[in-house]
Design a protein around this ligand. Structure first.
Ligand code: NDP
Length: 243
């Protein structure tokens, strides 16, 4: 039976491209979305039409109880979860002095606690099978730090620390844990930035373009593959050379 991959934030952007790339590679796919129901349903139709064994689940990754219920449903439906991609994320551009307590808590609730939640429900299952693969989506700003995105950068740096520590703890159980740190990728998340600011940023990228969602999805699928079995605890930078 083909491996099952669980992808959070699969309704749009990078997560959606990863869902399609895993489906094309023959994996069974469980897609987590929150608000983009229409896009998730369209994706489900597309996956079924292409013959992929798949299911979509609505869930707020920041809720421990909701993620627990969804993980239980996934394990009942697919029998196992071989690969977990913690991709769901939010961002916000604000001066540090304008960041409210609520902004800070929301950022960490989705970007860090969401990753913790899915890991805590699925890792016991992976440990009992002595096999698993976890890919967390950080950001170049988690590596470098971004002005006017202190809370975002801090949450993504936390994901890197989490990944490195978890990789050490889970290696003996046959579980790989890695991070992908994308650069500037053309998705809804960057709409807030505006055309001129985006152009100025892209001018600084050695490869002279924004990344596509497929640029990231391809690396995620590689990290999940047998060819990447000796890679763990790493941060893979996919940013056109800017960092
Ligand atoms: P998008 O804004 O295009 O998509 C975000 C996805 O996350 C959506 O599917 C959304 O679901 C989901 N999501 C957000 N909050 C929640 C939540 N509370 N519970 C469940 N799902 C949630 O973002 P990208 O595709 O650009 O980003 C994907 C990941 O890549 C993020 O972690 C982001 O930080 C990271 N990244 C992105 C970069 C970029 O330049 N785009 C650069 C570096 C890192 P729905 O719409 O259904 O609510």
């Amino acid at each position: 039976m083909n491996d099952t991959v669980v992808i959070t934030g699969g309704s749009r952007g990078i997560g959606r491209a990863a869902v399609k790339a895993f489906a094309a590679a023959g994996y069974r796919v469980a897609v987590i979305y929150k608000n983009a129901e229409k896009q998730a349903e369209e994706l489900a139709e597309e996956l079924k039409a292409g013959g992929t064994d798949s299911e979509i689940y609505r869930c707020d990754v920041s809720s421990y109880s909701e993620t627990g219920l969804v993980c239980k449903k996934i394990l009942e439906r697919f029998g196992r979860a071989d690969i977990l991609v913690n991709n769901a994320g939010i961002s916000q551009i604000k001066l540090f002095t304008d960041i409210t307590e609520q902004d800070w808590d929301d950022m960490f609730a989705v970007n860090m606690k969401g990753t913790f939640n899915f890991c805590s429900w699925l890792i016991p299952h992976m440990i009992s099978r002595k096999s698993g693969n976890i890919i967390n989506i950080s950001s170049m700003w988690g590596v470098e730090g971004a002005s006017c995105e202190v809370h975002y950068s801090a949450s993504k740096a936390a994901v890197i620390g989490f990944t490195k520590a978890l990789a050490k703890e889970l290696g003996p159980s046959g579980i790989n844990v890695n991070c992908v740190a994308p650069g500037f990728i053309d998705t809804d998340m960057n709409k807030e930035l505006g055309g001129e600011a985006a152009k100025m940023f892209i001018d600084e990228v050695p490869l002279q373009r924004a990344g596509s969602v497929e640029d990231i999805a391809n690396v995620i699928v590689f990290l999940a593959s047998k060819g990447a079995k000796y890679i763990t605890g790493q941060v893979i930078n996919v940013n056109g050379g800017i960092v």
